[in-house]
Design a protein around this ligand. Structure first.
Ligand code: ADP
Ligand code: MG
Length: 648
């Protein structure tokens, strides 16, 4: 049998997008806590995909309707204030988290955390718009929206993606991210650490070797990573951060200042109203963004320095310049620097050893942040690539490298050590943290009792010595060990970590070959049943979504046809005799009715009928047009409307 080879032909100067074998495109996705971005790369040049208004950022906010349909992005963000119980933001913080993990956060979360039901995984559920939703399902909606944006802008199917995750994401959070992608209909080519992606965007992987820092200050989180590049491998030497420190805290500091001024100016002793606080926060954010970009006057600010709070019929004015803002946020910026110093110590390097500092995250636009980073490291940070987009750019480059092949072989490392429980509740590390992946390592264990025929294997992740201080990943039992004297059996346990950082564990008794293998499904991941249900639901929704879209398109098409005929009848209706006119009117009425309450088939059918019925009319109009053109009248009628419209 011979394969038909289809040659792909491209416009001159246009090279193909990174293609999978089936012709679909692979993209890079920065799935952020506050905002997400999707990008695609060709010929190692990445392009960030924007909406019609040129915006690259998709707010990571999802609004749900009672029928479970979801709205993602800016529109959902606007609903956050008015319908808080229908909208979820910052769900990334809950990825791979169990109920116990988030109990501590309970008071701070806007949604009730649902207790898990019998038979379900220990993953948390949120009560949103009357649904019980896992963080995985909510993230899947964000990924679906990004996939759709890419498909709409590229006009091609998108089936694969490189998705970035924080360097400190553990196995459960990584697995949860992969599950979300599957539900969204995306095959994950690779999960890449966010700082690694940022370094890739700057081509640091092409340097011979060196130490780099990645400083990432987003909306609600701060992360700093020290990367070591050597022979094409990025090692995370150390990471640190604060999961509750970011640009939102800048907003708070500025808003508090505005509100203090407002109270003084209005002489009000009353408690602040909710709307006053909300408006102050929104104004603070605008002020911060205007001042940071040295705005010289936009509709909202007066030269970026004057702000008005107008609420409850009372008006207060506030002046704030860059120096004033710096003073308000300086303590917060210093906190990030303290953390950065601690992480440098942890990695046993001094600021002067760092060859470059990469800026990531919207809050690194604040001039004071850049200045202080420059002071600490003794060099200006790298900021040529938009800090909002740099992670997605790196992910897109990696997606291209993985699909069309390139000389860039990126290797990541395990973020945390993987080990086994041994006697005395101790942990024996099998793969230490920072081991380049993919990797497989084996270790031999033995039985500790005479005649022991089974051995419990407990896989853990973390740096601590005691089992209960680490995260428990999986438990399984190797059975069928032939009875032998204690210490005679030789049990070989192999840990294999794939390129995404996900683990498979195999145990084998060496003398008999009895073997057992588990793909580690983290305790907080989804059970296979839940995963299957979610996949089914998402397919069902996809079909419904497609139906809705086709119906909407049919309506638009029919509307266009009707409008064209209305215009033609107004101009040339005299061409039809009474009988012809009646037939045409009836066909138009039928289609109009179908557009308002018919289904897609009836609209399509009646539109076809109308086109047929209007054919004689179209021919007559064409005749008239040609005759008019031949007699030279057309030139006149073409000119006249233009000149009248100018004079009016
Ligand atoms: P995350 O990584 O959490 O998804 P981002 O990197 O998108 O977040 O950063 C969002 C934060 O960046 C918000 O606090 C926002 O106010 C801030 N930000 C965005 N643009 C600017 C700007 N021009 N100046 C200052 N801060 C900005
Ligand atoms: Mg980010």
């Amino acid at each position: 049998m011979t394969d038909t080879v289809l040659l792909q032909i491209h416009e001159p100067g246009e090279t193909p997008l990174p293609h999978a074998k089936d012709g679909s495109v692979a993209v890079g996705i920065d799935l952020g806590t506050t905002n997400s971005v999707v990008a695609v790369s060709r010929d190692q040049v990445a392009e960030v995909l924007r909406d019609a208004d040129g915006a690259a950022l998709v707010p990571s906010v999802v609004a749900f309707a009672p029928d479970r349909s979801a709205l993602v992005g800016e529109l959902a963000r606007r609903l956050l204030l008015s319908r808080p119980d229908h909208v979820v933001s910052s769900v990334k913080r809950l990825m791979g988290r169990g109920l116990e993990d988030v109990k501590a956060l309970a008071g701070q979360l806007p949604h009730a955390i649902e207790p898990t039901e019998e038979g379900q995984s220990k993953m948390v559920r949120l009560a949103v718009a009357g649904h019980r939703l896992s963080p995985v399902e909510i993230s899947a909606e964000i990924l679906k929206a990004l996939k759709e944006r890419a498909e709409d802008t590229l006009g091609q199917r998108v089936a694969q993606a490189v998705i970035t995750v924080p360097a400190y994401f553990d196995d459960a959070a990584r697995a949860a991210t992969k599950d979300a992608a599957r539900i969204a209909g995306l095959e994950v080519l690779r999960l890449v650490n966010e700082p690694t992606a940022a370094a890739l965007a700057y081509g640091l992987d092409k340097e011979a070797e060196g130490l780099y820092a990645v400083y990432d200050l987003g909306g609600g989180t701060f992360d700093i990573s020290i990367l070591h590049m050597e022979k094409g491998v990025f090692q995370v030497k150390a990471t640190g951060g604060d999961a509750a420190l970011g640009g939102d805290d800048f907003d708070h500091a500025i808003a508090e200042h505005f509100l203090a001024e407002r109270r003084a100016a209005l002489g009000s002793e009353d408690l602040l109203t909710r709307s006053e606080v909300k408006l102050a926060l929104m104004t603070a954010r605008l002020a911060k963004e205007c001042l940071s970009s040295r705005c010289s006057g936009c509709p909202r600010c007066e030269g970026g320095q004057r702000w008005v709070l107008d609420v409850g019929g009372r008006h207060s004015e506030h002046e704030l310049d860059l120096a004033g803002m710096d003073a308000l946020i300086a303590p917060l910026v210093e906190r990030t620097l303290d953390i950065a110093r601690a992480v440098l110590d942890d990695a046993r390097v001094s600021p002067g050893d760092i060859k470059g500092v990469v800026l990531v995250g919207g809050s690194t636009r604040v001039p004071l942040v850049r200045a202080r980073i420059g002071d600490l490291f003794g060099q200006p940070p790298l900021a040529d690539i938009d800090p909002d987009e740099v992670v997605a750019v790196g992910a897109a480059l990696q997606a291209e490298a993985l699909t069309v092949g390139s000389d860039t072989l990126l290797l990541d490392v395990t973020p945390l050590s993987l080990g086994l429980e041994t006697m005395g509740c101790l942990v024996e590390k099998v793969i230490p943290r920072n081991t380049p992946i993919p990797v497989a390592k084996a270790q031999e264990f033995t039985t500790y009792q005479d005649g022991q025929t089974a051995m419990a294997i407990h896989v853990t992740q973390g740096e601590r010595e005691m089992v209960d201080q680490n995260r428990s990943l999986a438990r399984f039992t190797l059975k069928g060990i032939p009875p032998m004297a204690a210490s005679a059996a030789r049990i070989r346990v192999t840990f294999a970590v794939d390129a995404d950082g996900l683990l498979t564990v195999t145990a084998e008794e060496a003398t008999t070959g009895v073997a057992q293998q588990v793909e580690v499904k983290p305790s907080y991941g989804l059970s296979d049943d839940e995963m299957a249900t979610m996949l089914r639901d998402s397919l069902r929704n996809a079909r419904q979504d497609m139906e809705d879209r086709l119906l909407a398109e049919a309506r638009v098409e029919a509307g266009r046809l009707l409008a064209a005929l209305d215009a033609a009848l107004a101009a040339d209706g005299d061409l039809l005799d009474a009988a012809e006119r009646t037939t045409l009117d009836a066909a138009m009425r039928a289609l109009r009715d179908a557009v308002s309450d018919g289904d897609r088939e009836s609209i399509g059918g009646l539109a076809g009928d109308l086109e047929a019925a209007s054919k004689p009319f179209a021919e007559k109009r064409m005749d008239r047009g040609i005759r008019a053109a031949l007699s030279g009248v057309a030139v006149d009628t073409l000119d006249r409307p233009e000149s009248t419209s100018k004079s009016s």
